[in-house]
Design a protein around this ligand. Structure first.
Ligand code: GLY
Ligand code: MN
Ligand code: MN
Length: 439
């Protein structure tokens, strides 16, 4: 999509942001909104800072990622951006922002966050979104829950601009995934694959939406495996990669699993791939996401029985909790400015929560899907030593064929994860579009 097209999308997005803020501010009796990008944090006893991660509520207004900036909005006026450009020679001061979104703001350059107060003028009942700092102290209520609930609830529904950002984040992530698979086939280590991923995705490590999960063999049985081995065993059987990218703050979150050779594990991957595609087809407005999670358990039970890993019927495997031994996480989550995006459990715009299905504590989204929701669909089948041992010990593993489990354990596990947009027609699969080269 061309630059002018994304500009137009952004104008529409900002219009929706302003309309949503107008409603929420009026409902809660505030006259204006100040949204802070956040400040750098420093290491204990040190003058080095952690990588800067902007306040996602700020990022929902502007793609900018500069510390100590503020979006200031009063209903009825154009929003302003107070852009912090310190006079500094230790660090390069941030360049003035430019691009498709800047023209929508009154840009005011400030040399210190304290200038925020001077630039506000007039008494206004402000709501301030962001961690309290000296710059915002005394200006108004910080993160008032009734207001943030209204705003976060709405964030689940992505505007066309946000979907376009996520399509671009998917395209960048897929470039990384292609390089990663090539590295795996060519004999690279986990560490080398990570470096190749970053280069292909065009991201430095701190720009990734989450730490890459690059896992050979049994490492794939650790759901958020966090190391990058610099040695590669002579024989590597499998490779699971869960890695994303960002565009304008919006994330992709993509997982693929590969086998070194054809055989049992590859046929398990193939079966999960078919099930995963059927599950993505359920992403439609009105669908209770909890039902997709339960459908995943039924599908995985079928695969486990078909592959001789579990004895008995798939129905019994679900009813007795055996599928949770092999699939111990949720089927997915909302995706957006945060990888596990805001508002996944809300019962309505005023709050309240929708419960997780009994026995499924790790599901992160319990709402009915609506047009514009972007969710992940990420079923998995893993051979996790500790969960298997627990099942064996408590009798929950009676239906498990341990010989089959022992044969498959060295492969670690499988996860296949796509990012899917609910809409009027068939769901839009941003990940598959990107792999097909149409994004
Ligand atoms: N990459 C984290 C997740 O899939 O939720
Ligand atoms: Mn993931
Ligand atoms: Mn995910």
């Amino acid at each position: 999509m061309s630059q002018p097209a994304i500009s137009a999308l952004y104008v529409g997005h900002l219009r929706e942001m302003m309309a949503g803020a107008d409603r929420a501010l009026a409902a809660q009796g505030y006259e204006g909104l100040i949204v802070a990008s956040g400040s750098l944090r420093y290491l204990y006893l040190d003058d080095n800072s952690y990588p800067f991660k902007p306040n996602p509520r700020y990022r929902s207004w502007v793609p900018d990622g500069t510390p100590d900036c503020f979006v200031v909005y009063r209903p009825g006026s154009r929003p302003s951006l107070l852009f912090h450009q310190p006079d500094d020679y230790w660090y390069l001061p941030p360049a003035l922002p430019e691009g498709y979104w800047v023209g929508s703001f009154d840009l005011k350059v400030v040399r210190s966050p304290a200038e925020l107060k001077q630039s506000l003028g007039g008494a206004t009942r402000w709501a301030v979104l962001g961690e309290p700092t000296a710059a915002t102290e005394g200006l108004g209520d910080h993160d008032p829950a009734a207001l943030t609930t209204l705003l976060d609830y709405a964030r689940a529904t992505k505007t066309p601009y946000e979907v376009e950002c996520m399509a671009r984040a998917s395209a960048a992530g897929v470039r990384g995934h292609r390089a990663a698979e090539a590295g795996f086939r060519a004999g690279a280590t986990e560490y080398e694959i990570h470096l190749g991923y970053c280069r292909a995705a065009g991201a430095r490590e701190e720009e990734l939406p989450y730490n890459n999960i690059i896992a050979f063999d049994t490492h794939a049985a650790v759901l958020h495996y966090q190391h990058l081995d610099r040695q590669r065993a002579p024989t590597v059987r499998s490779f699971l990669i869960d890695a994303g990218a960002q565009f304008a703050g919006y994330s992709s979150d993509i997982t693929r699993t590969y086998a070194s050779a054809s055989g049992d594990f590859q046929s398990l991957i193939n079966a999960l791939e078919v099930a995963q595609q059927a599950l993505t087809a359920l992403v439609r407005p009105g669908k209770d996401y909890r039902e997709i999670h339960l459908a995943a358990h039924r599908a995985i039970a079928g695969i486990l029985v078909e592959h001789g890993i579990v004895k008995g019927t798939p129905e019994a495997a679900v009813a007795e909790g055996v599928t949770s031994v092999f699939f111990p996480h949720g089927i997915g989550h909302l995706l957006g400015l945060m990888v596990h995006d805001a508002g996944g459990f809300m019962a309505g715009p005023e709050g309240g929560s929708r419960p997780k299905p009994e026995g499924h504590p790790y599901l992160r989204l319990t709402r009915n899907l609506e047009a514009g929701f972007v969710v992940t669909i990420e079923p998995g089948i893993y051979f996790i030593e500790s969960l298997l041992a627990k099942a064996k010990a408590n009798g929950g593993g009676r239906a498990i064929d341990w010989r089959r489990v022992d044969a498959l354990k060295p492969f670690g596990g499988i996860r296949i994860e796509d990012n899917v947009v609910a809409g009027a027609g068939a769901p839009r699969n941003l990940t598959r579009e990107a792999f097909a080269g149409t994004a």
